[in-house]
Design a protein around this ligand. Structure first.
Ligand code: HEM
Length: 402
């Protein structure tokens, strides 16, 4: 029987794989993403791949995708290894610390390198170093500042002011000169970084992207790309340390360098992202009446796909709360049943990079140190901006190094 839902101010949430498929396969104009209305918009700007819709969005995705494609990502692997090794070497033995900020230092270096083409951590005194520091400060401050933004939006005053405006202005004061300097220098032959690619890009009329367009893309990629990946890694360890059988299997395999190690590492990441997806929901606005199973959702209704609920469906993942990488060892995740990166034409642009970073960092940590959780109780989840993070940052103690 078909039921018609017709309440005002309706917000529909689903976690059914068939509904997910219909939304992710929809034409962009029929079910656009709501990221354009994100409270982050004043920081990201109007020209970002995250905030645009329709034709403009498709053009931007096409432009950016090659930089984050699997082959391009291969170039970063060695750099990620070096950054991870350096980071792990600094960890103290026997003293608890939170993994998330440590992972964030790694992922910030990786994304800065991908976007600006600098090797490793930028040297003090360089413009890239100042940009990195400002991003760090912006991120540290962003929780409170974003609450402020949400409030301003509710009051109908979406323009940032006060400390947030100060922070954005500071970032822009470093970013614009860096963009102008790079434009003046010209692109080096063979350069693969995002900024070089964007500087070379031309629209249909042969025009270059403006400084504002470049700035918005760069800010969006750095913001979208590093906190998510860092927290995803922190969660996977938070889970691993509470499921010793999986942690033991992982360590044994990576330390023996057996062939199966690669697939077990990957499966562990899939499982970590299944049980603790950092972004718990994606939303699409249906622009025409939408059939979801036995229901018809009226036009102009936001439909949330609950990634967390989908990933915990008993019919898809038996014993859903158990952490079992074996689920994914011989079976790749399903397009509409494993969706930590969302899907369709808004699927995460950095998914290949995020997977590569997680593979390398997880392997390095599992190989080089033995960790334990300072407390056996699981960490609760905490909402931070649009992400769901471990409440204590994924606290660990290094027992010994190898
Ligand atoms: C584990 C790490 C990550 C997770 C869990 C994640 C998750 C997501 C999700 C759920 C979306 C929305 C998809 C949708 O609406 O269907 C998204 C979009 C996006 N992500 Fe990621 N992401 C991660 C890492 C990255 C990285 C490393 C980058 C850097 C390039 C990145 C860049 C983007 C961009 C640009 C979009 C917007 C795509 C669009 O609207 O077309 N993400 N991500």
């Amino acid at each position: 029987m078909v039921q018609l839902l017709s309440q005002q101010e309706l917000f529909v949430i689903t976690s059914h794989p068939d509904h997910v498929e219909s939304l992710f396969k929809a034409k962009p104009r029929d079910a656009p993403s709501l990221t354009g209305e994100s409270p982050l918009r004043p920081i990201l700007g109007p020209n970002s791949v995250l905030t645009t819709v329709g034709e403009q969005h498709m053009r931007q995705r096409k432009l950016l995708l090659p930089a984050f494609h699997g082959d391009a990502v291969q170039r970063y692997i060695e750099m990620i290894e070096r950054v991870a090794e350096r980071e792990i070497d600094r960890w103290p033995i026997g003293k608890p610390f939170a993994l998330a900020p440590r992972m964030q230092a790694v992922t910030l270096d990786v994304i800065m390198s991908g976007v600006f083409g600098i090797e490793g951590r930028p040297a003090p005194g360089t413009v890239e170093h100042r940009i990195r520091q400002t991003f760090r400060r912006l991120l540290l401050a962003s929780t409170n500042l974003l609450f402020e933004l949400v409030e301003l939006q509710q009051l109908g005053r979406p323009e940032p002011h006060g400390p947030l405006k100060w922070m954005i202005d500071l970032l822009d004061r470093h970013l614009y000169p860096a963009i102008r300097e790079r434009r003046a220098q010209g692109v080096k032959p063979g350069a693969h970084d995002v900024l070089s690619m964007l500087l070379e890009a031309r629209d249909e009329d042969g025009n270059q992207l403006t400084d504002e367009e470049l700035r918005d893309q760069v800010v969006s990629l750095v913001l979208a790309g590093h906190e998510t990946t860092a927290n995803s890694l922190a969660w996977t360890f938070e889970r691993l340390l509470r499921f010793p059988a999986a942690y033991d299997s992982l360590r044994e395999l990576v330390r023996s360098d057996r062939e199966e190690a690669e697939s077990y590492v990957e499966a562990t990441i899939y499982e970590g992202m299944r049980v603790r997806p950092v972004i718990p929901m994606v939303v699409r606005m249906v622009k025409r009446p939408w059939q979801l199973g036995q229901y018809v959702v009226p036009a102009d209704t936001p439909v949330g796909v609950s990634i967390v609920a989908l990933h915990h469906r008993e019919d898809v993942y038996p014993d859903p709360h158990a952490f079992r990488p074996e689920r994914f060892v011989e079976q790749k995740p399903g397009t509409y049943t494993w969706i930590p990166f969302g899907g369709g034409i808004r699927r995460c642009l950095g998914a290949s990079l995020a997977m590569a970073e997680q593979r390398v960092v997880l392997r390095e940590i599992a190989k080089r140190v033995d960790l334990r959780a300072p407390r056996p109780a699981p960490e609760r989840t905490r909402q931070r901006n649009v992400t769901m993070i471990p409440a204590r940052g994924g606290r660990v103690v290094v027992e010994r190094k190898h």
